[in-house]
Ligand binder design. Structure first.
Ligand code: DWN
Length: 407
């Protein structure tokens, strides 16, 4: 659905990037399905009033999140550690006690909510993709497999009562009808209830030129300014901001109902930071577009040179993010021999749009490429640790952000 209007203010969006025709970020497919593959025109826009950076159009959510959703959160051990640490911080916080009721929106395979159910805390996960939800259910979590809405909030309250905490991680930025979601969250929370969520941070994306964070599923890239403007509309306000290292730079936004909580100093601090760095500013967004075009040019130049030298290049990790890079930069199997990945549901399929074969990690070890283009750059620490043998004996890593380079 084409949408030139801001999903928060209703004002006309100012166009920032045009990534051309893009397939579904997680649309890994078999050869028999190539002819029917879905594409959409992927453009971004910025609203000067709400300060929200967003996609102009987004595919129907049912096309993206379904019983064959390809991303299982628990593929990263570091992310498991991250969520365990976050839950431990909550257990120690003043607002939490053993009778607290917590809700998680987009609980995926249970990577976060496991930490609450294991401690017998009253909890509810909401996850529309059945295959990943089933993993969480098998592990003893209480999950409903539906899309959240303010209507669903009513039935949750009726059945379970109001919540003390409402969490989500890497989910809110996926939801186009975000005003209805915000209204639903506000309803679900009791008066002193707290909403805390994390998502990739616009400030990091524009600074590090990690434009691969923009794909069909990520309809928004949030900032402190845009989150405040969004939640003010439903009577909530930011009370704390905490930057996170995850996904190459995320922000944890903590909010409460207006005037019910003391604001942490971090709120003022990051608002000023955003003003100083142009995160609230149209000109800076237009500059980001120039950086993206330069980054595309540099990556193509590097890969073409290596290919002309007959080097073997593979992609490491078939991330959703890689779909934007490959399709925008027009990189296909003529350059990348295959992409290796650990997710069984992706292996033996082909990458969305460019149709590069996806193979398992044994193939990576066997093939010994000269270069591995690291698509899961956000898990670099964990991957470099695992792949010491490759780095020391066989090949080199290529990174594309903030500029294309060989490590
Ligand atoms: O927001 C989203 C984030 C949180 O997760 C979703 N829309 C979809 C997904 O995005 P992604 O696919 O870009 O996520 P990751 O976590 O950067 O990449 C995961 C992929 O990388 C999986 O296919 C597994 C693979 N992987 C691997 O092959 N070896 C990951 C690690 C850590 C590894 O060692």
């Amino acid at each position: 659905m084409k949408n030139n209007l801001c999903r928060i203010s209703g004002n006309k969006l100012i166009k920032i990037n045009n990534f051309g025709k893009q397939p579904l970020g997680n649309g890994f497919l078999y050869e028999k399905d190539f002819a029917d593959e879905y594409f959409f025109e992927m453009e971004t826009g910025f609203c000067n009033e709400s300060k929200m950076f967003q996609l102009l159009s987004q595919p129907d959510p049912n096309k993206m999140f379904h019983e064959n959703y390809a991303f299982y959160s628990s593929t990263s051990n570091k992310m498991k550690d991250h969520f365990k640490k976050w839950s431990e911080e909550i257990f120690l916080s003043d607002n939490f006690n053993k009778n607290s009721f917590v809700i998680e929106l987009g609980s995926n395979d249970g990577i976060f909510i496991n930490n609450f159910s294991e401690k017998k805390i009253k909890h509810l996960g909401i996850e529309p993709s059945k295959n990943v939800a089933d993993v969480a259910i098998k592990n003893g979590n209480n999950i409903i497999t539906e899309f959240f809405s303010s209507r669903l909030a009513d039935s949750i309250i009726k059945k379970h009562g109001k919540a003390d905490y409402f969490f989500s991680a890497n989910v809110m930025c996926h939801i186009p009808n975000i005003l209805d979601i915000a209204a639903g969250i506000e309803k679900c929370l009791n008066t002193k209830g707290i909403l805390s969520f994390e998502d990739p941070y616009l400030g990091d994306v524009i600074k590090k030129i990690t434009y691969d964070q923009i794909y069909d599923e990520h309809v928004f890239l949030f900032s402190a300014h845009s989150v405040e403007n969004l939640f003010n509309k439903v009577g909530m306000e930011l009370i704390k901001l905490e930057p996170q290292k995850t996904h190459g730079g995320s922000m944890r936004y903590t909010l409460g109902k207006k005037n019910e909580h003391k604001k942490d100093d971090s709120v003022h601090y990051y608002f000023e930071e955003e003003k100083n760095n142009g995160v609230d500013n149209l000109d800076r967004m237009l500059e980001f577009n120039k950086d993206v075009l330069k980054s595309k040019y540099e990556l193509n130049k590097l890969l073409k040179r290596l290919k002309s030298e007959k080097k073997k290049i593979v992609g490491y990790a078939a991330t959703s993010k890689s779909t934007t890079i490959l399709n925008f930069c027009d990189i296909g199997p003529e350059i990348i021999d295959f992409i290796c990945d650990t997710t069984p549901i992706k292996i033996n399929k082909f990458s969305p749009g460019k149709h590069i074969p996806i193979k398992d990690m044994d193939e990576f070890s066997r093939y010994k490429p000269d270069y591995a283009l690291l698509f899961a750059w956000n898990h670099a620490e964990e991957i470099f640790e695992k792949e010491k043998d490759y780095s020391n004996k066989y090949g080199n890593w290529i990174l594309f952000a903030p500029e294309a380079r060989i490590l």
